[in-house]
Design a protein around this ligand. Structure first.
Ligand code: ATP
Length: 493
């Protein structure tokens, strides 16, 4: 190793030590506005149909966003389906026979309690009006029921958050399901719904899934897919959208085991968030449902502490035999399982582990955001670094290839890119100074930068720079895939 390189390494180590001291200082210096600006400017998430003035509560994922969300979904599939002996996956259609939504109870009851402000003509969810007001601090609105919520809003003189007036209509139930028509006519016979949750495909296919997989109860089925809800309340960026990806696992079990299994899935959800995605445990909490559905023995939401406060990212729900029982009743088809050992016949109880890919992706971004003070220069300018400390396995790009100079290094850098990109999502950047390029990669969460310099042409080594510690080390190109693979993946073979 050359003398110059040793100096660079020493300096980077010293800096790394300082950073560890300062690391958490500005961790929470984050607002939703700042996060949204970073996402928009760096290519994570853009406002939907922006050039036409947008469409409320819709967003498009850009080059980095699609990588990040896909990684979240892949990790979920790995954890819930791939690594589970008694689990299989499926991919159901978005459009289903409308009778599915009658049996599931969505046609009759999937609605939000809304109150209109007669002055500014805006519509608000009554539970949100209460819980976001000073008067409603600590109140569990859902538990009040519709009449109670309406009374609470009027008695406590809760004002419209948009115009500040108090001129409310009563509560009206507003269906969250998007309706459309198939075929050429628009009569009620042609109505179809965009699914408001993915779970029903697992339920209506229960017999197919069990028969073809030959799994014995207890077993589970995972599914990832789009769901649609006609949400009218402002969304807190991608937290509340009208189109979103759900990752839902339905566990079919015996009623006698169901509470034990429910606890197991509660624990599993936390493991997924903390161990697999790197969310900080102290920013997560469970919140039991205040009101249980008549068929449920237990239900809990998992919440993450976003810059706007705690918000639900997933849930573990005991659904009893409600779904399979209703489909059996309405379709006339048996949903029973026959135990091959005891010959007992029964409709299994379901434990659902449900997760929102968009909300979790947002939590990963908020969780990863850090502002680090790297010190002050002679002129008193503070050197701030914005870095997304995303778990390497989940990060959009795993590695960036950076030729120190364009001149004479492009061919070698192209060669390194071609080699790495076969194994890892890799990016390439040869514009601006190396320092600026490192910062660019820090800001999008790339865990490793590989710099190709003139010495590379002689010694076949590159400099690998670690995003979090900023430490640098020389690595032989022939060993680069192995070295990076071990750093990025916990179980790299
Ligand atoms: P909320 O109370 O916030 O409306 P929910 O209890 O209706 O949510 P579920 O029906 O349990 O949500 O859906 C499972 C998961 O799907 C949620 O935990 C969440 O992560 C995600 N999800 C639900 N609604 C939305 C939405 N409008 N936008 C984005 N993700 C959503």
């Amino acid at each position: 190793m050359s003398k110059d390189k040793k100096v660079v390494e020493k300096k980077s180590e010293k800096k790394a030590k300082e950073i560890n001291k300062n690391e958490m200082l500005n961790k929470n210096n984050l607002s939703m506005e700042k996060l949204r600006a970073l996402c928009n400017n760096r290519g994570f998430i853009y406002a939907g149909s922006d050039i036409y003035g947008g469409l409320a509560n819709t967003w498009d994922y850009g080059p980095l966003g699609v990588e990040l969300k896909n990684n979240v979904k892949r990790e979920w599939w790995k954890f819930f389906v791939q690594e589970e002996k008694s689990a299989v996956g499926m991919d159901g259609g978005i459009l289903m026979n409308p009778n599915v939504w009658v049996a599931s109870g969505h046609v009759a009851g999937f609605a939000d309690p809304l109150m209109d402000c007669k002055d500014c003509k805006t519509r608000h969810r009554a539970d949100h009006l209460i819980e976001n007001s000073k008067q409603g601090e600590g109140v569990n609105a859902e538990a009040l029921g519709n009449e109670g919520m309406e009374k609470f809003v009027l008695d406590n003189k809760i004002v419209c958050p948009l115009c500040g007036k108090i001129n409310w209509t009563g509560i009206r139930q507003f269906s969250l399901m998007f309706k459309t028509n198939r075929g050429v006519t628009e009569d009620s016979a042609s109505v179809v719904y965009l699914r408001p949750e993915t779970a029903q495909s697992q339920f209506v296919n229960f017999v197919n899934l069990q028969r073809t997989s030959r799994l014995k109860v207890p077993f589970g089925v995972g599914q990832i897919g789009k769901a649609f809800r006609n949400e009218i309340t402002p969304g807190n960026f991608t937290f509340r959208t009208i189109e979103f990806d759900q990752m839902e696992y339905q566990h079919f079990t015996r009623d006698a085991d169901s509470l034990k299994d429910y606890e197991m899935f509660k624990k599993k959800a936390m493991e997924f968030y903390v161990d697999r995605l790197g969310l900080e445990k102290k920013e997560l909490r469970f919140k039991d449902h205040a009101v249980l559905c008549h068929y449920a023995k237990a239900a809990v939401d998992a919440e993450y502490n976003f810059p706007f406060g705690f918000g639900e990212i997933g849930g573990t729900h005991h659904r009893g035999t409600f779904d399979l029982g209703n489909h059996q009743r309405d379709s006339g088809k048996s949903m029973e399982y026959i135990c091959p050992v005891t010959n007992e016949r029964f409709v299994p109880t379901v434990i659902e582990s449900s997760h929102g890919a968009d909300r979790i992706t947002l939590a990963v971004l908020a969780n990863a955001y850090c502002e680090e003070n790297l010190g002050t220069d002679d002129k008193g300018n503070v050197d701030m670094r914005v870095v997304l400390k995303i778990k390497p396995e989940i990060a959009p790009y795993k590695v960036a290839v950076l030729p120190l100079q364009k001149k004479g290094l492009t061919d070698k850098s192209d060669e390194v890119f071609a080699m790495l990109s076969k194994h890892f999502m890799t990016t390439y950047d040869d514009s601006a100074s190396i320092g600026k390029r490192y910062r660019r990669q820090d800001e999008i969460g790339t865990p490793f930068c590989v710099t190709v310099d003139y010495e590379t042409l002689e010694d076949g080594c590159v400099t690998v720079r670690d995003r979090d510690s900023m430490k640098q080390e020389r690595v032989k190109i022939v060993e680069l895939v192995k070295v990076l693979g071990n750093k990025i993946y916990e179980c790299w073979a």
